[in-house]
Design a protein. Structure first.
Lengths: 415, 415
């Protein structure tokens, strides 16, 4: 393979700030570029032109994905993708980085006169963040969408997906026509910020993603008896909150006994009834969100949580019920892509860490049609989905170089 | 002392149902007779007439208390009191029972031709339940009210106390003139439902109240860091809710080490921020309400809670702050009155239990000007402040008989 120049992080920085202007709101911090909003659509049209300026064969598909192709025709493509949409008041790196990094790779490849054996397809996917459920563009490209789902999806304010797409001159029926035949794709790779504190904590620069954690969500109710907080002695109460507190206290044990270092169990939502200072809580509703890289471990966590809750409920005189709101199995990344990323990272002399992705990503859908992998770089303080999301430029540079070298290893280059 | 006939529980039952009509709302369960509402005022005027029908020297004072006197003039009186107002959707016994029981005592005394050495004053106090803060009538009678407080008090909907009183033809300035000189009062006694589960649990019929528990209320904040519930490993979180759960888990130990069997520690209000299932809670706000019969114990509970919270906050990387919203010292009931009630209960052959009152009562103010005591009778399932509040009539009968005999022991009867 010929010598490969390093990427130019100044150009990456400039592109990130350019895209950050789409969805900047006067007087607000952070980016507001939710999927299929005006800001999102303006950014996509600008990006389409920018892809073309860079010599890509580009179009916006029926699901709103901005797709640009570079390299030899009639060959399965290596897809470099990330999303262009943001959460409300999101950061400037989340998603955008992966697109800009892909474009920089193509710039370097062109400038170095490298001849690829397989084409690169750069895709800015649509509605990844979840205004209408999330990863819409990726689901469209991997054949997961249904007409029924498209027609019933609404955002939290009640706006229909079909109407939001129509405002972007998209006919939602076309979203069902963009799926890629697996034999048209060679590989999928995405560079993304970690959105968590692990790489910073272990002082490593590159995260080689092993897979996307599986995740389940329970809505749990414990029902006891609301009592006067003065007249009800401690031992005659059925205090629903104390049941929840006992369960929360068991989480450490549940993970130690059933989980792994990749396990997460989170109680993020709690509602007491009646919720008055002077009344013993008669009822509590709360969520448990569990994650792990192994579905077997997820099942063990769920089973042991259920047992713990049953026993705690009995001991407090509470009624226990729960509803499983969702269960998504973990999705392993391709060993082939992981090996390529690991090898190129080593060659570049960067430190790295194998790690799961606790958050969901488009890669979990692409993994069904092609070998898929992801590269993480550190998030300062682990912050993301917030205006103060940040990644240091030297880390961005290293991440882009790993992407470039990995992509070239996947496409192959004419000597 | 001459023979004393038993009270007639049928008349008590009839009076309770009669008063329950004031504040009954079409299509709703429970009594709506909040202080200084139209229903409350109609009930007071009816009660004034009813007192007079029974030969009491009766009037409504400047604080809205309905006062009726029976027995020799110019002597310090034994006050039998309870409140006529209710919480919204309250029960038919809370407060009303004590007034009706007092009236039945006077009926029996008259019918038996007993000559009292000291007069009885029967008082239906106003605004005990707290529409404007609570125990207004009792505070007026014991000299605790101030002009400033009267002028600033509002109900939760924002209506001024002064306006609500004006609608009842009361000039609020007159509430400052009704206080009783301590030498005009011989004793204070009140029969009330327990509003808790203790008497039922120990299978005793009469509660001899030792005092009103002291109570403090803290508003506590634990501040950590909101994180993505997928990307933040368990050991890198500052999860505010897990701090609260650890503290709740310590409550049993805190009471075992610092409290008594009369201690209550309650977490009744909890608010997580941001409160999303998929986000590690960065902040939690919650209340701690502590009660005991000893102020020393209350201080120990507060100190040990503060230490526990500080240590837990440190171990989770949280910031801990709290505000003490209120601190009311316990108020002991008079040993003299307790001895009288205990003795008469024994003579009547009823089972009894010494116990604190976890809820506040008018007696805590009367205790400052005269020997004060209370008699409790069981609440079915401990329920009160709810439409399904209930006390069995045989228990009502026993409670009324204990009141009658105790009052006669306090007034003295001519042989």
């Amino acid at each position: 393979m010929p010598d490969i120049p390093g990427i130019d992080v100044k150009r990456v920085e400039s592109d990130i700030y350019k895209i950050a202007e789409f969805g900047a709101v006067e007087g607000e911090r952070g980016v507001y570029r939710q999927g299929f909003t005006e800001a999102d659509w303006q950014a996509r049209q600008w990006l389409l032109g920018y892809f073309k300026e860079h010599g890509l064969d580009a179009h916006i598909d029926g699901a709103g994905n901005v797709c640009g192709r570079y390299g030899p025709a009639d060959q399965p493509a290596v897809i470099i993708a990330s999303h262009l949409d943001s959460v409300p008041a999101g950061g400037i790196f989340d998603g955008t980085l992966g697109i800009v990094a892909g474009l920089e790779c193509i710039r370097v490849i062109k400038e170095a006169g490298l001849k690829l054996n397989a084409p690169i397809e750069l895709i800015a996917t649509s509605e990844e963040e979840g205004r209408f459920g999330g990863m819409l563009g990726a689901q469209a490209l991997t054949g997961k969408l249904t007409l029924d789902w498209l027609e019933q999806a609404r955002d939290p304010k009640g706006e229909r997906l079909t109407e939001a797409m129509a405002k972007c001159d998209l006919n939602y029926h076309d979203a069902l026509t963009v799926f890629r035949a697996p034999d048209s794709v060679k590989a999928f790779i995405e560079l993304h910020i970690e959105q968590g504190p692990v790489l910073e904590a272990v002082d490593k620069c590159i995260g080689v993603v092993e897979g996307i954690s599986g995740v389940y969500k329970w809505l749990v109710k414990l029902k006891g008896k609301a009592d006067h907080a003065g007249t009800a002695p401690m031992d005659l109460r059925s205090d629903a909150f104390m049941g929840l507190a006992d369960f929360a206290h068991e989480i450490k044990r549940l993970i130690a006994e059933n989980g792994t270092d990749k396990t997460r169990l989170t109680i993020g939502y709690v509602k007491l009834k009646p919720g008055y200072a002077h009344t013993v809580p008669g009822e509590v509703e709360f969520t448990i969100v569990g994650r792990d890289m192994s579905e077997e471990v997820m099942k063990d966590l769920a089973d042991s949580s259920r047992k713990a809750l049953s026993a705690i409920a009995r001991s407090h005189g509470l009624m226990f019920e729960y509803e499983q709101m969702s269960w998504l199995a973990p999705k392993a990344m391709s060993n082939e892509i992981m090996a390529v990323v690991e090898e190129q990272t080593k060659k570049l002399g960067y430190s790295y860490q194998l790690m799961p992705s606790g958050a969901g990503h488009d890669a979990q859908f692409f993994a069904d049609i092609t070998p898929a992998g992801m590269i993480f770089i550190p998030s300062v303080n682990g912050v993301s989905h917030a205006p103060d999301e940040w990644t240091h430029w030297p880390d961005v540079e290293k991440g882009c170089n790993v992407l470039l070298h990995s992509v070239l290893a996947l496409t192959g280059v004419e000597d």
